[in-house]
Ligand binder design. Structure first.
Ligand SMILES: [Zn+2]
Length: 214
């Protein structure tokens, strides 16, 4: 018995993403429609590697303005002030609210960057048809997906931060352009994680049966 067992893919079967039915495509056809619910069926997510790269590159590009541009602009009688995520973290740290400084730093700098690096690593390994540590790589993907569900936490943290500052100061506070870039980074990494097909991790471990991979 092989380490991975028989997969539906190797048996020429594909599972419907909508209703879960296992079906065999028409002879000669590579893909088709579910005979039960009519949804389109694929052996693997179409163009998964290319799509994941495109979304990751876009999120890397937007990660720069998210961290460099002001995330909030406050103005009072004393003058106006703009804060980036990092200057906000430094302000919180210096003013003694270091637990909040750590939360903001982890949620808005560390987590998005770690997600981008993890997905880039997974996508590279799949593209190179690596057979290295598939269980660990699958686990890593599961963590990225789990974090993705909590990603909006980053946005809540910023909202909380704005609210806290607003309570302290008699000033007008607006979200800066970085907030928009930051929200885009969160959404793009979430979609990138969704477009990655973890089954591709296991495909190179199957006996080479000559099938073309999507
Ligand atoms: Zn179906």
């Amino acid at each position: 018995m092989s380490a991975t067992g028989a997969s539906a893919y190797r048996l020429g079967l594909m599972a419907c993403h909508t209703c879960g039915k296992l079906a065999r495509p028409a002879p000669g056809a590579h893909e088709g429609w579910c005979p039960r619910c009519g949804a389109s069926m694929h052996f693997r997510k179409p163009n998964s590697i290319t799509r994941t790269w495109a979304l990751l590159i876009a999120s890397v590009i937007l990660y720069i303005p998210a961290n460099v541009l002001p995330v909030m602009e406050s103005s009072s009688i004393l003058g106006s002030q703009t804060d980036t995520i990092m200057s906000g973290v430094v302000y919180l740290w210096v003013s003694g609210s270091w637990p909040l400084a750590i939360v903001v730093f982890v949620a808005s700098v560390v987590v998005p960057l770690a997600k981008i690096i993890a997905l880039a690593f997974l996508n590279t390994s799949v593209q190179m048809r690596s057979t290295w540590q598939p269980v660990q790589r699958t686990r890593l993907y599961r963590v990225v997906e789990l974090v993705g569900r909590w990603s909006m936490l980053d946005i809540y943290v910023i909202a909380l931060l704005v609210a806290l500052v607003q309570l302290k100061a008699v000033a007008t506070i607006n979200a800066g352009p970085a907030a928009l870039a930051f929200a885009a980074v969160v959404v793009l990494t979430m979609v990138a994680a969704m477009s990655f097909d973890p089954r591709l991790i296991w495909d190179p471990l199957e006996n080479n049966d000559g099938r073309a991979h999507a």
